[in-house]
Design a protein around this ligand. Structure first.
Ligand code: PEP
Ligand code: MN
Length: 372
């Protein structure tokens, strides 16, 4: 059960304390306060854990300073979309708004290799009006002998260049608790010229201790990828770990499932789940066409499979696109074969725009759809 207090009731206020006292007096109930600072107002929500079936919703709703009570109908309490649940969700990070209506492209390097490549990438992004990117510094690799990423040593110059090219948010995977501290320290040392969205890769979707660490810090948003061999429910529960620890700035990323049934694609593309995740949860949904499709193959119509997959996700309402680009894919140390070239960026973005316009037109149809 979620008790939503009137807007602008602060968690440290007397009003909130009075509601908490009332709830704590109920046997077997533990209240936990969540605090959301939105663009317009401060929202305080109290999550109730324990025997909530015995609670009287009307009684709680009649308390002064309680706006509404939502009965939790899913396991993912914080991130789930419950019945009669019209909670506002979404967040603004470093000036960029993320919610289930927005759309941002995060084109960039799968793995950071040289300063020149990072600079060329960011320059191309700026020329194309982009303020988000992806930059892999810590790479989880199948073989211990493969390039593992430059790690903390590249952070100072990536952040410096991001400031130079006005990059506001970069997605960066972390595979260990210590990476979070390294990123925070490097951001601080660089004078916060940019922002970082911590990425949990598909191999770590159920690394619960990592999820707890990343969830405990509430400054940096988190992009969590769907586990490549687990159910959607298991992956959404993994996302809930982040929120249950306090970080609600969470975006969920579809990146294809490991299955030979998807051959010749690298993974079985699962972007039909974009509307499913939006229906089940409040999270913005990202698609990663690069790691799903895994090749630059072109269809008989001349468009790459990767562009088709992107368009399919965007026309279904995706809120973010994470996509590999590289100034010289043949020199890339990780995932070169799936990287797009910089001179393909403009066309890629145009294709995204076409699909987005079609989605917006399609969305208007919803109003005319009979309610059966
Ligand atoms: C990545 O985005 O660089 C990556 C490793 O992706 P995934 O975790 O989906 O394999
Ligand atoms: Mn990759």
């Amino acid at each position: 059960m979620i008790v939503i207090l009137n807007p602008d009731t602060r968690p440290d206020s007397r009003e909130c304390a009075a509601v908490l006292d009332f709830l704590r007096a109920k046997p077997g109930i533990t209240p936990r306060v969540h605090h959301v600072t939105g663009t317009q107002q401060v929202l305080t929500e109290i999550y109730l854990v324990g025997d909530t079936a015995s609670l009287d919703r009307d009684e709680i709703e009649s308390l002064p300073d309680v706006e509404r009570v939502v009965r939790v109908s899913r396991e993912y309490r914080v991130l789930g979309r419950h019945r009669d649940d019209t909670r506002a969700y979404g967040f603004t990070y470093n000036g960029i708004r993320f919610d289930q209506d927005s759309l941002h492209v995060f084109a960039g390097l799968c793995a950071v290799d040289t300063r020149e490549h990072v600079e060329q990438m960011m320059q191309a992004l700026q020329q194309n009006g982009q303020q988000c990117t992806r930059m892999g510094a810590y790479k989880p690799r199948t073989s211990p002998y493969s390039f593992q990423g430059l790690g903390a040593s590249c952070l100072p110059w990536i952040f410096e260049l991001a400031g130079k090219y006005d990059i506001k948010v970069m997605a960066m995977e972390v595979t260990h608790d210590s990476h979070v501290d390294e990123i925070m320290q490097a951001l601080e040392a660089a004078g916060r010229p940019t922002g970082v969205m911590l990425q949990i890769g598909t191999r770590n979707t159920q690394n619960f201790e990592l999820l707890k660490t990343v969830g405990r810090q509430q400054e940096l948003p988190v992009l969590i990828k769907r586990g490549f061999g687990i159910t959607i429910d298991e992956s959404l529960n993994a996302a809930e770990y982040l929120a249950s620890e306090g970080n609600r700035k969470v975006i969920f990323c579809l990146r294809g499932m490991k299955s030979n049934l998807g051959d010749p694609h690298r993974n079985f593309v699962d972007f039909t789940h974009v509307p499913v995740v939006k229906h089940l949860t409040l999270m913005p949904v990202c698609i990663d066409p690069s790691h799903s499709v895994g090749t630059r193959n072109r269809s008989s119509d001349g468009l790459m499979d990767l562009m088709h997959a992107t368009a399919q996700g965007v026309i279904a309402g995706a809120n973010m696109v994470l996509v590999d680009f590289h100034p010289a894919p043949h020199k890339a140390l990780v995932d070169g074969p799936q990287a797009l070239h910089l001179d393909e960026l403009e066309i890629f973005l145009q294709d995204v725009d076409i699909a987005r316009k079609a989605y917006i037109e399609r969305r208007a149809l919803a109003e005319r759809l009979p309610q059966h």
